[in-house]
Ligand binder design. Structure first.
Ligand SMILES: Nc1nc2c(ncn2[C@@H]2O[C@H](COP(=O)(O)OP(=O)(O)O)[C@@H](O)[C@H]2O)c(=O)[nH]1
Ligand SMILES: [Mg+2]
Length: 205
């Protein structure tokens, strides 16, 4: 897909605040500090779109971005950050879990995994959770500029063995732009014109 424009739409803190627009959603999820905000900025070509910070664990909201005026990129709260409360830590927060379990417009979940740590327990749990709810997901290995080529291959292999249900694995670097075109091309397949909008009937209910 080609991104012509991307804008912040709204932040929600409860499921009853989800937008009414019948747009297809591509959802981005991952551990805190994995590079999610940076990837959203890099992917959309809008530097300040999603706020980036070196302090993990800040976002506890679902952030909606309109892309090309007819679909949403959805930025979910990061999980796995040690300093959030116990109850929240266990299952990535209720908001996150409930949204993934119930979201009717989710076309694809993009799971971001730090290429230097491809074997985190919390990422495995997320893959199991996504598979359990029948959500198609693809994996992006972030910050791959920090690895040598042979370690990038190793990281991808390590993931392949446990992420059997994944639709794809893309090596990504927001620093160099590596993987950007490849990921955009993958996303296209989940947002084709005919499938771009959810039927009116659902909206009319
Ligand atoms: N070298 C490198 N650093 C990155 C990359 N993506 C993100 N980072 C850094 O990782 C840190 C966390 O990024 P951020 O996007 O805020 O992570 P988030 O918590 O998942 O939203 C920041 O210091 C970023 O500059 C990347 O592709 N390469
Ligand atoms: Mg962030």
């Amino acid at each position: 897909m080609k991104i012509r424009n991307a804008d912040f739409y709204k932040s929600v803190s409860a499921l009853d605040q989800l937008p009414d627009e019948p747009f297809a959603e591509i959802v981005f999820v991952g551990r805190s500090n994995v590079g999610k905000s940076t990837l959203l900025n890099s992917l959309t070509g809008r530097k300040g779109l999603a706020k980036t910070s070196a302090t993990p664990g800040k976002t506890q909201l679902i952030n909606y971005f309109t892309v090309n005026g007819d679909c949403f990129f959805v930025d979910l709260p990061g999980y796995g950050y040690a300093r959030v409360g116990k109850g929240q830590k266990r299952f990535w927060g209720k908001l996150l879990g409930d949204y993934i379990a119930s979201g009717e417009r989710i076309r694809l979940v993009v799971l971001l995994v730090d290429s230097r740590h491809p074997d985190m327990e919390s990422d495995r749990e997320m893959m199991d959770f996504l598979a359990y709810h029948g959500r198609p997901y693809g994996i992006v290995l972030t910050k791959c500029d920090k690895l040598k080529q042979k370690d990038r291959v190793k990281a991808a292999r390590a993931l392949e063995s446990c992420a059997r249900k994944t639709e794809f694995i893309v090596n990504y670097s927001a620093l160099s732009g590596r993987g950007r075109e490849e990921l955009l091309e993958k996303l296209d397949g989940y947002l084709d014109a005919a499938a771009g909008r959810i039927g009116e009937t659902q909206q009319d209910k």
